[in-house]
Design a protein around this ligand. Sequence first.
Ligand SMILES: *Cc1c(COP(=O)(O)O)cnc(C)c1O
Length: 322
Amino acid sequence: MDAEVVNESDWLSPTSIRRAHDRIRGYVRRTPLLRSKAISESARAEVRLKAEHLQHTGSFKVRGAFNRLLAIDPRSVTEVVTASSGNHGQAVAYAARALGIKPTVVLPENAAPIKVEAARAYGATLEFSGTTSAQRLARAKSLAHAQRPFIAPYDDYLVMAGQGTVGLEILGQFAEVEVVVVPIGGGGLISGIAVAIKCSAPHVRVIGVEPEGAAKVSASLAQGRPMVLTSTASIADGLKALTPGELTWPFITQFVDEVVTVSDEEIADTVRFLAERAKQVVEPSGAAALAYVIGPKKPCAGKKVVAVLSGGNIDWATLATL
Ligand SMILES: *Cc1c(COP(=O)(O)O)cnc(C)c1O
């Protein structure tokens, strides 16, 4: 499909990602690519870390949130609603407030206190519903109407394009990169990054990482069609989708070179390693990509690698238990 003749809200393309980049640049940080000698040595590779834990609200999700909300016509829409285990809700609340839109966020009844407080602090009206994403989604969709649209966490082309700006920045900051490693939840982040990278630098390998206990994309690739897990278990709460996104799945199959899994123990080790050796506070979901890179197989040895540190929202008490 030709990007020039397709509406940005109806498709994901290099053009829509470039437009997202121009649209959101005044609202989001161009996060640094960090280097750590200890991490490169551990990976036996030249590793750089895309520091989205230093992004506004502590995760990349503000990129998609701003791109989606900036496409809204403020004359007809003054409110939005979303469902989220945390980072997406925070991002939508933050972006909405910056743009003068009223956000309602549906959270799980067992949401991490730091994430609840943050959403509240960003001025969102909070609703609590169940513990599963299905329950939250149903509640959020029941609250949505034409003047209060539902903002999806990943199954939305404008959200995916916003997340893809991470990929554009990586190419601009490290032109020699050979491998980009990205965590996978519903797949919005990796869809955007993979399209941004593969369409202008097809030789760069894009690798997706999921927790062993939430390996929905690995299971789906093995079967050749999207599979729905019956349950998930992982400390990486941002990666626990039961199934790949309906809109993200085709982009994952077309543009992602490989999808791998890491254990919770490897993720926890990496969170600790980042804190102790690189002085970076990263949440488990945000450490999964690096966990693969520095894992026992040293899969990127000898390569120039970027691992995306996708978020840093973790409270001290939880960090101390890892
Ligand atoms: C949401 C999230 C992810 C996963 O992003 P998807 O677009 O759902 O694949 C990864 N890391 C963090 C910190 C997140 O908040």
